[in-house]
Ligand binder design. Structure first.
Ligand SMILES: Cc1cc2nc3c(=O)[nH]c(=O)nc-3n(C[C@H](O)[C@H](O)[C@H](O)COP(=O)(O)OP(=O)(O)OC[C@H]3O[C@@H](n4cnc5c(N)ncnc54)[C@H](O)[C@@H]3O)c2cc1C
Length: 417
């Protein structure tokens, strides 16, 4: 039997997904190397970064149970206890509140770079985890029972190779796995704004025919005032989003206020706007002999419900759990049955979420009067129907049936419902 520390796992990609997976595997005594093309992640300070993510309860528990949460600067983490969703075109309005599902909060908003820096900091405390930055992997191929990974003249031998290298995964290509893309017809504009009224720890999203606009509550900034900063994600047709990006800041602010019905009063743009094309992807397989894909390398979904990172973190947790089971049974870390179980546990759930996002997008694009009527009636009904509303809120919290053990709350009051 090969001992744990003789087995070497190479993870290409030290983003949020790859970083968490590295910590979870190294905690089990495996020898882990992370290779990432970007420079070492540093703890942010000053103005909020443009790229932010909403994290679910399941993600929060995973990060807490691995000690990563303790590495975060709590002043830059914003919990939100309510979520308001409405239709610009009518009267449909749903507000979800944490207390309705027995939770203290519905989620947390934090900067992507902040989370990566916390993962990097946590990884530094694990002696069997070697996280290399500024290493761009340019080749990987199967050699016998191993994978050989190359960056220039450097070479690593892996018993298990993990592609956590994002949407344009080269690992996926080198393994001969297809993975899209499929154009969604949307681009997304991200920016930071200040608002006249406090966000009150509420995440807001308005659905328009042209696409959704999210106003996500950011941490308080001394200069901008208490609860006066939001991150926005405005998705829509490429020409419309390009026009919004190129508008003078004051005109952009006026258009934004009109789109969200001045829900937080007057707004002001802070800093740059950035635009991302939104493509969907789903790998034809998450696994191959000696190899697994996680996070955006395996699936990319529309960001309208802020679930991409959360799905990736759950991939990482399930893969680590299955590898752990294989090791406990005296099997190899790349045991084919363990990899197959990983794929079985994650693929269906990720596909479901991808299809749900596609369905939401299409539903709100409809101009036909009967569809608009149904949409608004449906939203009002959801708002009034307790069990249905609790179901949607639970989904937003990331409470799925097959959560890995480390993503389950210790105080599982709501799991007993
Ligand atoms: C506008 C927008 C808003 C979003 N909002 C949310 C949200 O609120 N909540 C949410 O859950 N999700 C959100 N998402 C989705 C989320 O950003 C992604 O799902 C997430 O970043 C994927 O993380 P990852 O670690 O899998 O991949 P990535 O973040 O893409 O990381 C991949 C890493 O691999 C490295 N890499 C790539 N190729 C190589 C190579 N050849 N060699 C070495 N290193 C390599 C890169 O340097 C990078 O560090 C949003 C997405 C968009 C576009």
């Amino acid at each position: 039997m090969v001992s744990r520390n003789e087995q070497h796992i190479v993870i290409v990609g030290g983003g949020m997904t790859g970083g968490l997976l590295a910590v979870l595997l190294a905690e089990q005594g495996l020898r882990v190397t992370v290779l990432d093309g970007a420079p070492a992640p540093a703890m942010p300070s000053g103005p909020a970064q443009l790229r932010v993510s909403t994290l679910t309860e399941a993600s929060h528990w995973l990060l807490r149970n691995t000690g990563v949460w303790d590495c975060l600067d709590t002043n830059r983490v914003q919990p939100y206890g309510a979520m308001q969703v409405w239709d610009q075109d009518g009267t449909g309005d749903v507000t979800f509140r944490a207390e309705e599902v027995g939770a203290a909060t519905l989620g947390w908003l934090l900067e992507n770079g902040h989370l990566t820096a916390a993962l990097y900091q946590r990884a530094a405390a694990l002696p069997n985890l070697d996280w290399r930055c500024s290493v761009q992997v340019d080749a990987a191929r199967r050699e016998g029972d191993d994978w050989q990974v190359r960056s220039g003249d450097d070479c690593w031998q892996a018993d298990l190779l993990v592609g956590a290298d994002g949407a344009r995964s080269r690992i996926r290509d080198w393994a001969g796995i297809s993975g899209g893309p499929r154009d969604t017809g949307h681009h997304a504009l991200v920016a930071t704004i200040t608002t006249a009224e406090a966000h009150g720890g509420c995440a807001r999203q308005v659905f328009m025919e042209s696409g959704p606009l999210a106003l996500l509550p950011l941490f308080s900034d001394v200069q901008q005032g208490e609860q006066r900063q939001c991150s926005i994600v405005w998705s829509g047709w490429p020409e419309r989003i390009a026009a919004l990006r190129d508008q003078a800041p004051a005109d952009f602010a006026t258009e934004l206020e009109a789109a969200c019905g001045q829900v937080l009063g007057r707004v002001e743009l802070l800093g740059q706007r950035a635009v991302f094309p939104i493509q969907e992807r789903h790998a034809s397989s998450y696994v191959a002999p000696g190899l697994a894909l996680v996070g955006d390398a395996a699936h990319v979904i529309h960001p309208l419900a802020g679930q991409g990172v959360n799905l990736g973190l759950l991939d990482a947790a399930v893969l680590a759990e299955e590898v752990g089971h294989a090791l406990a049974a005296g099997r190899h870390c790349a045991d084919p049955a363990a990899l197959a179980r990983y794929q079985r546990r994650r693929r269906g759930e990720n596909l479901l979420m991808q299809n749900a996002m596609r369905g939401f997008k299409q539903l709100f694009e409809q101009r036909a009067l009967p569809v608009r009527w149904l949409r608004n009636t449906g939203m009002r009904w959801v708002n009034q129907a307790g069990p249905v509303k609790r179901f949607f809120a639970s989904q937003a919290l990331g409470r799925s049936a097959d959560l890995p053990v480390r993503a389950r709350p210790e105080m599982s009051a709501m799991y007993r419902r």
